[in-house]
Design a protein around this ligand. Structure first.
Ligand SMILES: [Zn+2]
Length: 671
C-alpha cells in the first residue's frame, strides 16, 4: 500500500489529497519523515568538505521537507477536524517532535559547522537574507544550549525537563481549581442574568448530577454573571473564588511552582551568559531589551490609570444611586460598567447582526486586499478535508499568487478560537513554492450566516495573517511569511482590522440580509464608538499583568512571587478597584510554558505598531493610498523575518512607532 502522505501529490496546486489520506497513514509517514530528516542531517555532518553556506545552512533549509509536509496536513486536521484517534496521535507525536528538535540542536558536529560559518560570516559574501538566516540559525542553536559542555550541559538538560514537568503541573492544578469550585443557586439568584447564561448554568448543574443551576468558574459562566447579576454578595463570592484559582492551598496550589519556575529560568539564562531571563527572552524580539518594554508599558500606564480612576468614580456614583454606600469594589466593576455601556451606547446586537453577513464580510476583506495590493480571488472547486471548507485561487495581474482556504463554521470537532496557518509557506529555495493558507474560525451557521461585530473583526484579523503569508516574497522558508518575532507577528493582522473601521467598507458591504439596505449611519457610528468602551479598565488590567511578568523575569527571582507582585503594584499605583486578571497562581501565559514568559507585553507592542502604521494612512487622508500600500507590502508584508523587525518598520514608516496613535485609538487621550 502506498502512503499518500509520502507520495507525490498529483493534485491542482499540489494541495494535499485529503480524500485519500486516512488516520492510519500518519504514524508510518511520521516515522519515515523523521528518519529521512535524520539521514539528511547525517549527510550534512558527514560531508568531508569544509562547511560552506550552501552545504550547511542551505542544506539544513532544504532538509525535513517530508516532515513538514506530513505535519502540515496532520496539524490542519488535528485543529479543525479532530477525532479521539487524532488526539491520541497528537499526544504521541508531541514528545517525539520535542526530542527530534533537541537532537538536532544538540548535534555537536552540526553546531561546529554552523559556528565555523558564523565566525567567517564577514568573508562569505552573503546577501542580506542569507546573512540573516545564518544569524538566526546560529542563534537558535546557541539559545538551545548547543555551545554548553560538561556540567553546564547536563544542568541545562535537567532544568529543561524540570520546567516541562512544572509547566504541566501548573496547568493541571489550575484546571483542578477551576473545575473544583461550584455554587448551587436558587431560582431567585438568577435575577438579571441573560437566558444563555442561565441555560449554561442549568447544563453545568446537570453535568454534575445536580438538579438546578450552578455557578462555576468557567469563563462562559462567570464573566456574564459578574456583568449581569445585581446580587452584590453573590458577585463577591464568585469573584473571590475566581481570583483564588491556584492559591487555595493543598495539592493544587501553584505558588511554590511559580517560584521554582522563576528560579530555574534565571539559572537557565545565566548558564547561557545572560544577566536575566528577560534579557535572554527579549533578545529575539523587536523590543530587544527589558528597558524598552518597561518604557512602552509605562507610557501607556499613566493615561490608562487616570482614565480608570475617573471611570471608577463614575461607576461608584451609579452604585450610590442604587442605594449601596461605600466604595466601589472589584466585584462591582463589571456589573456597573455593563449598565453604563447599555445606557451610553445602546448597541443592540440583535439589530446589528442582519447587516453582517459572513459572505459579504469575506467580500469586504477581499475587496480591501484588492484595492490595497491588487489581489484577485476566484472560487476554486477542489476537494478539501471538510465540506465547510471553501477555496479561492489568489492572483495578481493574471499570475498565480496563492491558494486561500476558509473554514468558517463552528463544529464539535474543531478547536475553539480562530487561527491562520499555512499548509505550505512561500519560498524560492530549493524550488519555488507558492503558499496555501487557511483561516479557521468558529462562526455560527445560518441561512444566511450572520456575524457579530467581534466576529467580523476576527475575520479581518485572520485574513491579515493570511496576507502576511500570501504576499511573502523571500528565498528561504525559515524566514517566510509569519516566521517573525512574537511581538511583530500580530502587526499585519491587527493592522488589517483597521480597514473594517473605514466607514466606506461597512457602508458598502454591511447590507441587510433581508432588505439589502446598507447599515444606517447612526448604527455605524455607534458600532465604531462602542469599541472604545471601558478601555481604562482593560488597559490597566492588561498593563499591570505585563509589568509584573516583566519584573518577575528581570532581576533576582522572587522567593515569594505574591509578595513581589504586591510590591510592583504598589510602586505603580494600581487602582484598588481593579484586580489582577492574571495573578501568578493562575497566570497560565507565563507559567504553563515558556511562550509568553516576559512576553505578555507583546500584544500591546503590536497594538502600538498597528495603530501607528494605520495612522500613516490617516495622515495621507486615504485608507487605500497606493504608495503607502506598496510600501507596506515591500517593507513588511513581503519580507517575513528576512530582516530585523525594527528595521522593517523604520523602512515603512521612516521612524520607530510611538504610542500616541494607540492612546488615541483606545480613547485614552483626546485628539
Ligand atoms: Zn493573530
Amino acid at each position: 500500500m502506498t502512503n499518500p502522505l509520502l507520495s507525490d501529490w498529483d493534485t491542482p496546486f499540489d494541495l494535499a489529497p485529503f480524500a485519500q489520506i486516512e488516520d492510519a497513514h500518519f504514524e508510518p509517514a511520521f516515522d519515515a519523515a523523521i528518519a529521512e530528516h535524520n539521514a539528511e542531517i547525517d549527510e550534512i555532518t558527514g560531508n568531508s568538505a569544509p562547511p560552506t553556506f550552501a552545504n550547511t545552512v542551505e542544506a539544513l533549509e532544504a532538509a525535513g521537507r517530508s516532515l513538514s509536509r506530513v505535519l502540515s496536513v496532520f496539524f490542519t486536521l488535528a485543529g479543525a477536524d479532530s477525532t479521539p484517534e487524532r488526539q491520541a496521535l497528537q499526544r504521541a507525536f508531541a514528545p517525539r517532535l520535542a526530542a527530534h528538535s533537541a537532537q538536532i540542536t544538540g548535534n555537536k558536529a552540526l553546531f561546529a559547522r554552523i559556528s565555523t560559518l558564523w565566525e567567517q560570516r564577514e568573508d562569505l559574501d552573503l546577501s542580506e537574507e542569507q546573512a540573516r538566516v545564518l544569524m538566526l540559525t546560529h542563534r537558535g542553536f546557541v539559545r538551545a544550549g548547543a555551545a554548553l559542555e560538561g556540567a553546564a550541559d547536563t544542568r541545562m538538560q535537567q532544568i529543561k525537563s524540570r520546567l516541562a514537568v512544572l509547566g504541566t503541573q501548573f496547568t493541571q492544578n489550575l484546571l483542578a481549581d477551576e473545575r473544583g469550585w461550584a455554587l448551587e443557586l436558587s431560582e431567585d439568584d438568577l435575577e438579571g442574568l441573560p437566558d444563555t447564561t442561565i441555560a449554561a448554568m442549568r447544563e453545568a448543574g446537570r453535568e454534575r448530577g445536580h438538579d438546578g443551576p450552578i455557578l462555576t468558574l468557567s469563563r462562559s459562566i462567570i464573566t456574564p454573571f459578574l456583568q449581569s447579576s445585581p446580587r452584590r454578595e453573590l458577585r463577591e463570592t464568585a469573584w473571590r473564588a475566581y481570583v483564588a484559582r491556584g492559591a487555595n492551598g493543598g495539592d493544587s496550589d501553584n505558588r511554590a511552582i511559580a517560584a521554582e519556575v522563576l528560579a530555574l529560568r534565571q539559572e537557565r539564562a545565566e548558564l547561557l551568559g545572560y544577566d536575566s531571563f528577560a534579557d535572554y527572552k527579549l533578545e529575539t524580539e523587536m523590543a530587544g531589551t527589558p528597558a524598552a518594554v518597561r518604557d512602552l508599558l509605562m507610557q501607556v500606564w499613566e493615561p490608562a490609570r487616570a482614565r480608570a480612576q475617573d471611570d471608577a468614580r463614575a461607576l461608584e456614583a451609579m452604585m450610590h444611586e442604587d442605594g449601596i454606600n461605600g466604595r466601589l469594589e472589584p466585584w462591582d466593576w463589571h456589573y456597573y460598567a455593563g449598565r453604563r455601556r447599555q445606557a451610553e451606547h445602546n448597541l443592540n446586537e440583535a439589530e446589528l447582526k442582519p447587516y453582517l453577513q459572513l459572505d459579504r464580510m469575506i467580500e469586504a476583506a477581499f475587496d480591501c486586499a484588492n484595492r490595497l495590493f491588487g489581489l484577485e480571488f476566484a472560487p476554486l472547486d477542489v476537494p478539501l478535508y471538510h465540506p465547510d471548507c471553501r477555496a479561492w485561487e489568489v492572483t495578481r495581474e493574471g499570475r498565480h499568487v496563492a491558494v486561500f482556504i476558509g473554514d468558517y463554521f463552528a463544529r464539535g470537532a474543531k478547536r475553539s478560537g480562530a487561527w491562520c496557518s499555512a499548509m505550505r509557506t512561500q519560498a524560492r529555495f530549493p524550488q519555488v513554492q507558492t503558499p496555501v493558507v487557511i483561516n479557521v474560525c468558529n462562526f455560527a451557521r445560518g441561512e444566511p450566516a450572520l456575524l457579530s461585530y467581534d466576529d467580523a473583526r476576527t475575520l479581518f484579523h485572520e485574513f491579515g495573517h493570511a496576507l502576511h503569508q500570501m504576499l511573502s516574497d523571500v528565498r528561504y522558508e525559515s524566514v517566510s511569511g509569519t516566521s517573525v518575532a512574537r511581538d511583530f507577528v500580530e502587526l499585519p493582522s491587527q493592522l488589517f482590522e483597521h480597514w473594517l473601521e473605514v466607514p466606506e467598507v461597512l457602508e458598502t458591504f454591511a447590507t441587510h440580509a433581508d432588505t439589502g439596505a446598507p447599515m444606517p449611519r447612526d448604527m455605524l457610528e455607534r458600532v465604531l464608538e462602542a469599541a472604545n468602551f471601558d478601555q481604562g479598565f482593560q488597559t490597566v488590567e492588561y498593563v499591570a499583568s505585563a509589568l509584573v511578568d516583566l519584573e518577575f523575569h528581570d532581576g533576582p527571582p522572587p522567593a515569594d512571587p505574591m509578595a513581589r507582585q504586591a510590591e510592583i503594584l504598589s510602586a505603580i499605583g494600581m487602582p484598588r478597584e481593579i484586580a489582577m486578571r492574571h495573578a501568578p497562581p493562575h497566570f497560565a501565559h507565563v507559567f504553563s510554558g515558556d511562550g509568553y514568559s516576559s512576553g505578555y507585553y507583546s500584544y500591546m507592542w503590536s497594538e502600538v505598531m498597528d495603530a501607528d502604521a494605520f495612522a500613516a494612512f490617516e495622515e495621507a487622508g486615504d485608507a487605500f493610498d497606493p504608495d503607502l500600500a506598496r510600501a507596506l507590502e515591500d517593507h513588511i508584508l513581503s519580507r517575513g523575518g528576512s530582516v530585523d523587525a525594527a528595521e522593517l518598520y523604520q523602512r515603512f514608516r521612516g521612524r520607530l512607532p510611538g504610542v500616541e496613535a494607540l492612546l488615541r485609538g483606545r480613547g485614552l487621550i483626546e485628539g
